[in-house]
Design a binder for this molecule. Sequence first.
Ligand code: DOR
Length: 445
Amino acid sequence: MSSLLIVNATVVNEGEKFPADVYCRDGRIEEIGAALTHRQADTVIDAKGKLLMPGMIDGQVHFREPGLTQKGDMATESRAAVAGGITTFMEMPNVNPPTINLQALEDKYVRADGRAAANFAFYLGATNDNLEDIQRLPKNKACGVKIFMGASTGSMLVDNVETLEGIFADAPILVATHCEDTPTILRNEELARQQYGDDVPIAMHPKIRSEEACYLSSSLAVSLAKRFGTKLHVLHLTTAKELELFAPGDVADKQISLEVCVHHLFLSEEDYEAKGNGIKCNPAIKRTEDRAALLAAVNNDVVDVIATDHAPHLAEEKAWPFMQAPAGLPLVQHALPILFELYSDGLLTIETIVEKTSHNVAKRFNVVDRGYIREGYWADLVLIDTERPQLVTADNVLYKCGWSPFEGDSFRTSVDTTIVNGEVVYQYGRSEPMPIVGRRVDFSQ
Ligand code: DOR
C-alpha cells in the first residue's frame, strides 16, 4: 500500500471550512494538520487552496450489470463516477436477472470486485413474491431493500398490499422506495393518448407522472412506515406537496429519511423543450415551484440526502417518440459540478453539499469509516476546482452510452482529483489508465 500527502487544501468537512494538509497511508487518513510537510509520502499533491471534501457517496445509481450492459456496466459507469468525484456507489436491482435474492446479490459483488473504480454496495430488490428472501437477508449484505411502489424501468412493481405490509413489517434493513402510483399514471397516459394520439409531447411527462401520482404513493409509504416502525428512505422526491409528509431534523434521529436527486434540483419543466427525451426520467422533472421547494427543503434539513439516480440508456432509444423512449439520464460524471452550479448561484452552501452527498448518506446507511474527513477513516476524497470551468461534449463523457443531456452546457466548477481508498484514481487531464481500487462497503447494522 502507498502513502499520499495533500498539502495546502481547503478542507470542507462537518460544517467547517479550513486550510489543512492531509496525510494518508495504507488507504486511510492518518493525520489532518496545519503543516505536515515533514511527512514522507509516495505521492504529494499541492492542492493550491482547492476544496478538499469527502467523496460523494451516491445512494442511487443504475449501472446496468448484469443483463443490460449495452447501456453501461460496473467498470464504465464507476470510472465516470470517480471522474465526477463519487467515491462510493449504491446500485439498484432492476437489472437482468433482477437482484431479488442473495445469490443475485453476491453475483453483483463478485462482478464489481476488481472492476469497480469506486467503492460499492447493492440493494436487494423487492417483488410481489420474494418476502422470504427479504426476511432472511443478513444485515451486511445489502445497503437497503428497494421497492418500486411505482412501475419504472424493468418490471419490478410491488403493488400487492399484503406484500408491502410484509416488507414494511419485516425488512431487516433500511427500505428505500420509488413512489409513484401506477394506476394514476396509466389513467393519465390514456387521457394523453386520447388528446394527442401517438404523438404525445414530452411536456406531458410531468402531467402523466403527476403530483397526484407521487403524493398517493409517497403518503402510502410514509403511513406504512409509521404503522410498522420501518426504517424508510424515500427516494428521489419531486414535488412541493409531498414535502408536507416529511419533517426537518438530523438524519441520525429520523425514522423516515428523504432523498432528492441532482436533476430535480437543477432542472424544471421549462427544460423539456431544449433537452427533450434526454431528461425524461421517473419520477418526472416537475415545475419551477417544485424545484424551488426541493431546494428550500435541502437547506432546512427536510431533505437528508442528494443522489443521482444515474440511469443510462442508449442514444438511439432516447430518440424514439416520447411515450416509447426509456426514462432515465446518465449523471454521475456531472453531479458535483451541477451542485456547484447551485452553489455559484447562491442556492446551496458547500457545507450543505458535503453534508447531503456524503456525511448524511454514511449516517443513514450506517456506512463504516467513510463519508467524513476524519483520522482513521478511509481516504475517499475529492479536490474541487471552482475556478476551472468545463464544457460538456460528446468527446469528454465517459459513460458507455456515450451521451449526456448536458452536452453543450458549461459548468463553472470541475473535479480536479479523486482519491479512493488512499489511491489517486482520477486527475483532471491525466491520460494514464485509472487504478481500480473500489472495495465492498461495510455497514455497521
Ligand atoms: O428514470 C428512471 N430510470 N427512474 C427509475 O426509477 C429507473 C431508472 C432506470 O433504471 O432507467
